[in-house]
Design a protein around this ligand. Structure first.
Ligand code: NAD
Length: 512
């Protein structure tokens, strides 16, 4: 394998021409409209993207049942070898893929590299798992019987993803779905089509080098929400894994449920951190900064609410506001930049609208409205903002997808946990304390109601080994590590009689 640093964006199957990267994403003749893809860094046009028509999507969906029949017969460890090849491709192209993520969604280089690393990590996890897809043997009440369960491939899996993790969330789903024996169809965000095409091209090469893999094993369909709706309503996909806003999840979830399909929903968060008087404040400060400002506040796990013990509130706020003034905001391609742009102009407008609403609700701005950094012209930049708020302000009930941090204080730990839980979403939470009782209370059934509850670590930056997801309006799905693979399989319960009699369960007799 050649030197990874030799790979560039043009090696990802996206043709570079001067001055734009032009890309014709669909081989079909009759595609839908063409839209420009713009970089959030400076609003420069980086591609012309052909959107799929409903006919294009149907053509791809029609190929999936045949691909499924072939792939489900391939032994799981052999399916794992496809993922091993894919992880090698990702390693080789890590720098180039990261550069494309930066260009297309504005992530700083380190975070873009980290996102590709997350793909490599889930590949390794899936490869190991391909030899461990296991059922149970269960004690039976009948003599000479065996009771067991098996996990079988489920069927084609539709994957709908959001713009902010344009490759990793697909990889969580794709790698597990594939080793579990299912073909995949991906509808990425239309705000990040190039990353999707690049990943698809790399996987496609691996599929071609895997003799047992059918050609239609993986596909990507570029389109807006209507394509997602088409996938959700189509009977071909027994599982629709959808990541994005609560509004999207509500729509997809009900559509899929109405045809008795399964949905795996990873939706918005409204994440909080409690800092008690027993916390290491230096550690908390570092965690707050990355959680609240990393990815320019555009992570589902971004820290949005900070709930402080009154005795440490003033000193922590002072330290925080001081650090915020030193943040380097600007072009994410510069090594010194910590905060890149938001995804587009509507995101900037939502950011400013939320600040205005917070002020109207009695909030107090602790940071300047804007900062002195020089931004590339046309880019969608905002200054990370801290507001001190009255507890339970209405604006704090909603997720604004930008770097706004609301700060409140609490009276006792019960009040802090109740403030934290008292929002519609339930994704990530954390407590900073060095007192065992406080930490254990937070992790107990009476503590955090979120899918992710951390101690002395921030709310964002999860590893792939654990199951990822949240409760309430976050959708209830769990992806990535632990036993999330079971989402992509169907369970059968088998009872086998190896005796000469026919005893019935529960002692029932039914003899003639
Ligand atoms: P979005 O909901 O606008 O779009 C996400 C995806 O869903 C896109 O591909 C979009 O085309 C599709 N879509 C939208 N409406 C649809 C519908 N009615 N039917 C079918 N498909 C539809 O979200 P976004 O702005 O791209 O991403 C930001 C949101 O995603 C935030 O709320 C963030 O918290 C959330 N998110 C959650 C997680 C998680 O793991 N919980 C991870 C990343 C992002």
């Amino acid at each position: 394998m050649s030197n990874p640093s030799s790979s560039s964006i043009s090696d990802l199957g996206i043709t570079a021409t001067n001055p734009s990267i032009l890309c014709s994403l669909l081989p079909h003749e009759h595609h839908g409209p063409t839209i420009p893809a713009e970089s959030p860094i400076d609003a420069s046009q980086i591609a012309q993207v052909h959107l799929a028509s409903p006919e294009n999507t149907s053509q791809v969906l029609d190929k999936l049942p045949t691909a499924f029949k072939q792939w489900r017969q391939v032994p799981a460890p052999v399916r794992g070898q496809l993922i091993r090849r894919f992880s090698e491709q990702l390693r080789h192209h890590q720098q180039a893929l990261a550069a494309l993520i930066t260009l297309e969604v504005g992530k700083i280089h380190s975070e873009a590299l980290g996102e590709v690393q997350e793909m490599i990590d889930i590949c390794e996890f899936a490869l190991g798992l391909s030899r461990q897809l296991h059922g149970l043997t269960i004690a039976t009440e009948r003599p000479n019987h065996r009771l067991m369960e098996q996990w079988h491939p489920l069927g084609p899996v539709a994957i709908i993803t959001a713009f902010n993790f344009p490759v990793a969330v697909w990889a969580w789903n794709a790698t597990l779905a594939l080793i579990c024996g299912n073909p995949i169809i991906w509808k990425p965000s239309h705000k990040a089509p190039l990353c999707a095409v690049a990943c698809h091209n790399l996987l496609e090469q691996c599929i071609q080098n895997t003799p047992q893999a059918p050609p239609a094993l993986s596909s990507v369909i570029i389109g807006r929400n209507d394509v997602g709706k088409q996938l959700a309503s189509h009977p071909t996909c027994p599982l629709v894994s959808a990541t994005g806003s609560v509004a999207m999840g509500r729509d997809v979830g009900t559509t899929v449920a109405s045809r008795f399909g399964r949905s795996l929903l990873e939706l918005g968060g409204n994440n909080a951190m409690i800092v008690t008087e027993h916390a290491n404040l230096d550690l908390a400060l570092r965690a707050i900064l990355f959680s609240a400002v990393g990815t320019a506040g555009q992570r589902c796990t971004t820290l949005r609410r900070l709930i402080l013990h009154p005795s440490i509130a003033t000193s922590l706020c002072n330290k925080l506001t001081k650090v915020y003034t030193t943040l380097n905001i600007g072009d994410p391609r510069d090594a010194s930049t910590l905060v890149g742009p938001l995804i587009d102009a509507p995101a900037v407008a939502s950011h400013h609208a939320a600040i205005q609403q917070a002020l109207a609700e009695g909030g107090e701005l602790l940071t300047p409205h804007s900062c002195d950094s020089v931004y590339p012209e046309g880019g969608h930049y905002v200054a990370p903002t801290i507001l001190k708020m009255p507890p339970r302000s209405p604006i704090m009930q909603q997720e604004t997808f930008s770097p706004i941090l609301y700060i409140t204080t609490y009276s006792d730990l019960g009040d802090a946990i109740s403030q934290q839980n008292d929002v519609p979403q339930g994704l990530a939470s954390s407590i900073f304390t060095n007192q065992l009782q406080e930490a254990e209370y937070f992790l107990s059934p009476a503590g955090s109601d979120c899918g992710i509850a951390n101690v002395n670590i921030g709310t964002s930056g999860a590893e792939i080994g654990g199951a990822f997801g949240g409760e309430k309006e976050t959708g209830g799905g769990r992806e990535s590590g632990s036993d999330a693979w079971k989402n992509y399989m169907r369970r059968t319960t088998n009872t086998i009689n190896f005796g000469a009699d026919m005893p019935l369960a529960q002692g029932v007799t039914f003899d003639t």
